[in-house]
Design a protein around this ligand. Structure first.
Ligand SMILES: Cc1cc2nc3c(=O)[nH]c(=O)nc-3n(C[C@H](O)[C@H](O)[C@H](O)COP(=O)(O)O)c2cc1C
Length: 157
């Protein structure tokens, strides 16, 4: 963020592992205008994801995120439990092949990439339940306000 702010003063959305209001405040403190949240919204009632995917996001934490290039040929982050459910050992995945890169249904393994193998960022430890988008956004706002009060109090010492 600091390097970007040396040459760009327009709007910046910072993303990756944000799933809590305190992290949105941190993004602003770093100089971003927005925190962009992806994975956490998969575990909302409105999301077009299967229930198993939503429950896996609730259940998982950063240590459950597996970085692999097997499924599409390009490295990405996936939920360990979904890899195990597909019958693979997340600790011993074969290397993917960039020359047969395949983002379509089927991918490079027998399980369908993005369907049976579920992608997620590392921030989902903050997600404790499946809520509606409105409830989750209200929660983000409450967490953001609480984090700001706590930071101000800490600064005043
Ligand atoms: C449904 C979904 C599909 C995604 N597809 C891609 C992708 O094709 N390539 C990529 O680099 N990142 C992809 N991402 C990762 C997003 O860039 C990432 O979610 C974003 O940086 C926000 O981080 P977060 O998920 O930790 O909140 C995807 C994320 C989601 C939720």
């Amino acid at each position: 963020m600091r390097e970007i702010r040396e040459w760009f003063d327009g709007p910046v959305a910072l993303s990756g592992s944000i799933a809590h209001g305190a992290s949105v405040l941190a993004a602003q403190a770093m100089g971003a205008d927005f925190g962009y949240i992806g994975s956490a919204f998969i575990a909302t009632k409105e999301a077009n994801a299967v229930d198993g995917y939503k429950d896996n996001i609730v259940e998982a934490k950063a240590a459950d995120i597996v970085y692999s290039d097997l499924f599409t040929g390009v490295s990405g982050n996936y939920l360990r439990q979904s890899i195990e459910r597909a019958g693979m050992d997340p600790n011993n995945l074969p290397k993917g092949d960039i020359s047969t890169m395949n983002f379509g249904s089927g991918g490079n393994s027998e399980a369908k990439a993005w369907k049976d193998i579920w992608g997620s960022g590392q921030g989902i430890g903050a997600i404790k339940e499946v809520q509606t988008v409105a409830q989750f956004v209200d929660q983000l706002e409450a967490e953001y306000r609480a984090a700001k009060v706590a930071l101000d109090a800490a600064y005043r010492g």
